[in-house]
Design a protein around this ligand. Structure first.
Ligand code: TNX
Length: 562
């Protein structure tokens, strides 16, 4: 009789238990496949532990780190070898690994590995030339339960008995852990313990990215941002499964990275910024901190050295690089297109080789960005000749060239990537470069530019490419945006934040949120999930998370915030 009574109370409890407040389908970016099971909600108990296979340990530690402050639970992380599955199990399954990238290690930008036959720098073993953008990256050998999770995908199961994340790689586990984080009530973002039912919605999420390259750019040249500010931006990218941070390290107003062979670049060229502020620059140790923090979050740093234009700060430091060999005055305004390094002097190519060599050595990722934009005073064959030499210098370091789409007319080089920032998708020059083998990253100025104002009254930002509120940032398709550029030539998307008018970390966040999650969804989610009406509602649920986390955002009228 007591046993019966106990069962009856338990059933009554189950009936009275409110469902988890977040629905399984509320995730941003939208997962490939969501199968809710409302009978299988899970309530995190105070004594829950995370069980993880050794290669997933770091991801489990990060997940526990996100959950401990608000829950106040200890959430110990233990090895799967030490006992049965815990309530939160993170498992790397080599059976779900893509053909060649099952080994844990630096996140690959592409998901495919092949022998290049050319000398590769350590850490550049993954050949971006093998990427097949568009389609889910990764060869796909094993398929547990018919699933090919690729090198960034994961499967998340929430049942009444616990939570399980399975992936083929630490990157996949990490993305799964970010999804799980979003399924907790928004109070999970609190830095201090909160009394809350930590309920998760039951069901299964099966998820993989649409494009292998999903990124944002931070211009640290127009205004300098501290290492701490940059690390915070990395964390924001990682929340939304973006996997590249492009750092615009050099421009007219400042040179931000130490170069041993040319020390005045940073010491002199780094001392200015837009508006006359103090500027600043990263030591190699500073830069390594950014790269390491990003790598732990499965974000690859893409350094940009902008050449041959946007170089006034370098010319101030080394007049020998300037046409006419006369140092220009330091520049703290916001015009573009007036400066360039002397393309007719061999010394310039020594400079390029030294800088590119040192920056490549700081870069575990496969990419090196050469800029190439708005070099209005270096024209025709002089421009393409300079770019072709610079491209070869990059290739000699084992890195793959990325550049703004102005690089298009220069000779093709294996694997090179053009970052398209135009505002009219009819661009025959870029389409022709693609026919010769180039791939593209899409950053349309009138869709993806995070320095554009949201509305006429936005206090900072530009409007030369138009106003971009959330709907405009969301409603386009990277796969079909450029005329005569097929989806399989699209490596991915990137949202650049130029900082002529952006001076503080709060202002960076204000310009990122909520447009960055919109771009993240374009890069990650299958096109079949694209739906503005559904997206704006899902996005709305993130407002309270940002508020709780202390993230500044633009309360866009496009979004029905709660
Ligand atoms: C154009 S986009 C630039 C930048 C400016 C930006 C301002 C591109 C490759 N070059 O130098 O900061 O416009 O929106």
């Amino acid at each position: 009789a007591t046993e019966l009574a106990r069962l009856a109370t338990r059933q009554a409890d189950d009936l009275l238990t409110p469902p988890a407040p977040v629905r399984l389908g509320d995730v941003v970016p939208a997962p490939e496949q969501v199968t809710p099971d409302p009978t299988a909600d899970f309530l995190l108990p105070a004594d829950a532990a995370l069980r993880v296979s050794p290669a997933g340990r770091d991801v489990a530690e990060q997940l526990a780190g996100w959950l401990r402050p608000a829950t106040g639970y200890p959430l110990p992380v233990t090895d799967t070898a030490e006992g049965p599955d815990g309530l939160l199990a993170l498992t790397l399954s080599s059976a779900s690994a893509p053909a060649a990238t099952s080994a844990p290690g630096p996140v690959s930008a592409t998901g495919a590995t092949r022998a290049t036959g050319t000398a590769s720098a350590p850490g550049a073993a993954v050949d971006p030339g093998a990427a097949s953008g568009g389609a889910a990256a990764g060869g796909g050998a094993g398929r547990p339960g018919g699933e090919d999770l690729g090198d960034e995908g994961y499967r998340l199961d929430v049942t009444g008995d616990g939570v399980r994340i399975v992936a083929a790689t630490p990157a996949g586990l990490f993305h799964g852990a970010q999804t799980l984080r979003q399924l907790f009530p928004p109070a999970i973002e609190s830095a201090a313990p909160v009394a809350e039912r930590w309920a998760l919605p039951g069901g299964t999420v099966l998820d993989r990215p649409r494009f292998p390259y999903r990124g944002a750019m931070l211009d640290v040249a127009r205004h300098f941002f501290s290492v701490e500010d940059v690390l915070r931006v990395v964390d924001h990218l990682a929340r939304y499964k973006l996997n590249h941070l492009h750092l615009h390290l050099t421009d007219d107003q400042g040179w931000r990275i130490a170069v041993d062979a040319w020390p005045r670049l940073a010491e002199v060229g780094g001392a200015t910024e837009v508006g006359g502020g103090p500027g600043g620059w990263y030591t190699k140790a500073d830069y390594a901190r950014i790269v390491d923090h990003a790598a732990r979050r499965h974000v690859t740093v893409v350094p940009e050295i902008d050449l041959p234009g946007h170089t006034n700060a370098a010319l101030v430091a080394y007049p020998e690089l300037a046409p006419g060999k006369v140092a220009p005055p330091p520049y703290t305004g916001t015009e573009v297109g007036f400066s360039y390094v002397d393309p007719t002097d061999e010394r310039t190519y020594d400079f390029v080789a030294d800088v590119i060599g040192e920056v490549a050595a700081l870069t575990p990722g496969p990419w090196l960005h050469l800029g190439g934009d708005e070099a209005f005073k270096v024209k025709g064959a002089t421009y393409t000749g300079f770019v072709e030499r610079a491209q070869r210098i990059v290739a000699a370091t084992g890195k793959t060239v990325v550049g703004w789409h102005q690089l298009a007319p220069a000779g093709h080089l294996d694997g090179r990537v053009l970052q398209w920032w135009g505002t009219n998708g009819d661009d025959p020059e870029t389409a022709e470069a693609v026919r010769r083998g180039a791939r593209v990253i899409l950053s349309p100025g009138n869709r993806a530019y995070l320095d554009m104002k949201y509305a006429p009254d936005t206090p900072i930002g530009h409007d030369w490419a138009g106003l971009i509120d959330v709907r405009r940032a969301y409603d386009w398709d990277p796969g079909t945006h450029l005329t005569d550029v097929p989806a399989d030539a699209v490596l991915g998307v990137e949202a650049p934040l130029w900082t002529e008018s952006v001076t503080t970390a709060d202002e960076v966040e204000f310009m990122l949120f909520p447009r960055l999650p919109a771009l993240a969804e374009l890069g990650w989610s299958p096109r079949s999930t694209h739906d503005w009406d559904a997206f704006r509602v899902r996005l709305a649920g993130h407002g309270p998370r940002w508020t709780t986390a202390g993230i500044t955002f633009h309360p866009s009228p496009d979004v029905p915030w709660p």
